[in-house]
Design a protein around this ligand. Structure first.
Ligand code: HEC
Length: 159
């Protein structure tokens, strides 16, 4: 009698632990791993702000507003720098794509058509990977919550 009660308690405790574990795994899968560019990480965002102002603001604008008439080709046939705030299309891209474009530029055949010419420089050799993630965290911090969520969902489902 005694031992069977103990066994029942044991089984109940084990089932509970298992359920808890399954719950944790499911919630982790739904949220995904934290992005390496986290707009809620204030210290990362402040590092990113400094890097942005030194390396990106000249073209993409101090307030991330982009160049004037950014949808129209320049006389040289290339595109102006687009805004990185909510009015641009930066948030339409996954984290890995934004990281890749910043590190390697608009690499023809990978991030652009094979004969594409672009004024977006590659930052490989200038910025470390961590600095690139920080600058992306700063850019994301300008997006309203719903765009952050949309871009995060895209990142989770299209890696
Ligand atoms: C010399 C000017 C210049 C600088 C400096 C520059 N960019 Fe760009 N960037 C561009 C141009 C121009 C484009 C658009 C390229 C095209 O469409 O051909 C662009 C495009 C991009 C895109 C793609 C956006 C999209 O929606 O497709 C990202 C991401 C980006 N830049 C990030 C950065 C970051 C981060 C920095 C700073 C570390 C930076 N850029 C610095 C000129 C620049």
């Amino acid at each position: 009698m005694k031992s069977s009660t103990a066994r029942k308690i044991g089984i109940a405790a084990a089932s509970f632990a298992l359920l808890l574990l399954v719950g944790v795994i499911i919630s982790m899968k739904m949220d995904g791993p934290p992005s390496r560019a986290d707009p809620d990480n204030l210290s990362q965002v402040s590092v990113g702000k400094r890097i942005y102002n030194i390396h990106c603001a000249a073209c993409h604008g101090v307030r991330l507003e982009g160049q004037p008439d950014w949808r129209k080709k320049l006389p040289n046939g290339r595109m102006p720098a687009p805004p990185h705030d909510a009015t641009g299309h930066t948030w339409h891209h996954t984290d890995s794509m934004l990281f890749g474009i910043t590190k390697y530029g608009l690499l023809p055949g990978k991030y652009a058509p094979s004969d594409y010419r672009s004024d977006m420089p590659a930052f490989i050799g200038t910025l470390s990977d961590e600095e690139i993630w920080a600058v992306l965290a700063y850019i994301k911090s300008f997006w309203p919550q719903e765009l952050r969520k949309a871009q995060r969902d895209l990142t989770l489902h299209r890696q």
